[in-house]
Design a protein around this ligand. Structure first.
Ligand SMILES: C[S@@+](CC[C@H](N)C(=O)[O-])C[C@H]1O[C@@H](n2cnc3c(N)ncnc32)[C@H](O)[C@@H]1O
Length: 408
């Protein structure tokens, strides 16, 4: 029997599994494995880490054995298109937080969208709280951030089976979205996979969320759109086949203690407290419930009637955001006033002046500052990392700003 306390040096691991040092470090950086350190700070590998490596390699083998559709790439959280995603701003956000905020043990991202910002702060020392009004995003958070157990081999095997499904019969998706958003073949496959997931009785709720998330990401890759579902491109020229990938999920102990919600952020803030609350509301009148109606439809799988050229669900009232309406300054004020946190960090794009047009900002810089000022001291940062104490001018020429409030 193997001694559970035995640890092995990196050289041993490289030789045993015939992998490169870089591969090992990439997996570690992605949070897929976490080696221990010896007294010199060098990486050492115990039996549990070796098992993680074996699981990673076996998922690659399953995918490589599949000659018809094969690709050994794992799905990453940022492998999707999303309006207002802060992926590119992450270094800026991290820099502001690390230089300006002390002792952040909980990080709340309450308009989390893709979840990429929370993901960046999700480590062994920091617990995250994630929330979004869209259910499709909520399922993605269960995938990436839950600490519930899931069976990696089972997920890999099911995804492999889904990829090899051949579907010739029509279903809800092909009837409503075939030939427009997707090719008929992909639409049939999406419908059949989603139905199959719904009928499974031997998967946990986290495993179900992982499978649906993998499907939603795969749909996004082959959708005949320019990144959102307000419209499809008139000529269907996307012929790539649907291909699901196994998500690269951080280790269970990293996700331990994370909290995941699917509700109106204004209600949520009354119940949570956090060291830092990051706020990234929609900026203009474009509703995310419209832009992502199709992902929401597939995630919920209530198979509602759809309407109009864009084939949207008729009732989207529960997922409409007040931040896209004239009520935005008021709801923002209400949100801020109910926050219990040491720091509030607000992203607000200033691409459009405040106004009534579709792309006009719904909250002015002055309104943001007035709301934050009631909570504490404010600093405003630009992408070049300069700041000035809140004032009225200068702000408008900068595309990306962060408003940081150190609460009293
Ligand atoms: C600008 S996006 C956030 C992007 C995110 N930071 C990222 O990097 O992917 C705004 C998000 O707020 C969500 N949202 C809108 N109104 C909301 C509300 N009242 N409560 C919670 N989430 C809301 C939208 O669904 C959308 O995902």
């Amino acid at each position: 029997m193997k001694d559970l306390n035995t640890v092995y040096p990196t050289g041993y691991v490289l030789k045993k599994y015939n992998i490169t040092r870089q591969t090992l470090y990439n997996w570690e950086k992605a949070g897929l494995i976490s080696p221990k350190r010896d007294w010199r700070g060098w990486r050492v590998w115990d039996s549990s880490t070796l098992l993680d490596i074996e699981n990673l390699l076996s998922s690659k083998k399953i995918q490589n054995n599949n000659k018809t559709i094969s690709n050994n790439q794992r799905l990453m959280i940022n492998n999707r298109r999303y309006l207002g995603s802060k992926q590119k701003l992450i270094p800026f956000i991290k820099k502001v937080v690390s230089k300006e905020c002390e002792d952040i043990k909980t990080f709340a991202d309450i308009f989390a969208g893709t979840g990429v910002v929370a993901h960046e702060f999700n480590d062994i020392n920091t617990k995250i709280i994630v929330n979004d009004i869209l259910y499709s995003n909520y399922l993605a958070y269960i995938t990436w951030f839950s600490d519930d157990y899931y069976d990696f081999k089972k997920i890999s095997k099911l995804i492999d089976e889904f990829n090899n499904m051949v579907v010739s019969k029509d279903n809800y998706v092909s009837r409503n979205f075939g030939g427009t958003y997707f090719t008929i073949e992909n639409a049939r496959k999406i419908g059949a996979i989603r139905e199959e997931i719904e009928s499974m009785t031997d998967i946990t709720s986290r495993e179900k969320a992982i499978l649906i998330t993998s499907l939603l990401y795969a749909m996004d890759k082959v959708a005949n759109t320019c990144g959102h579902y307000d419209a499809y491109i008139k000529i269907l020229d996307t012929t790539e086949p649907l291909y699901l990938q196994v998500p690269a999920i951080k280790k269970q102990e990293i996700n331990k203690g994370n909290m995941i919600f699917n509700e109106d952020a204004n209600k949520l803030v009354k119940r949570i407290s956090s060291d830092l609350i990051y706020i990234d509301t929609p900026y203009n009148s474009r509703q995310y419930s419209d832009a992502y109606h199709l992902l929401e439809n597939i995630a919920r799988w209530e198979k509602p009637e759809v309407t109009g050229v864009a084939r949207k669900m008729i009732d989207r009232s529960k997922i409409k955001s007040a931040y896209c309406t004239v009520k935005a300054p008021k709801v923002f004020e209400d949100l801020i006033s109910n926050i219990d946190s040491k720091y509030i960090l607000v992203s607000y794009n200033n691409m459009g002046q405040k106004g009534d047009g579709r792309s006009n900002a719904k909250i002015s810089d002055e309104e943001i500052i007035d709301s934050l000022r009631k909570k504490g001291e404010i600093k405003v940062f630009y992408t070049d990392f300069q700041y000035f104490t809140a004032g009225k001018t200068q702000l408008k020429d900068h595309k990306e700003r962060l408003f940081l409030c150190k609460c009293k």
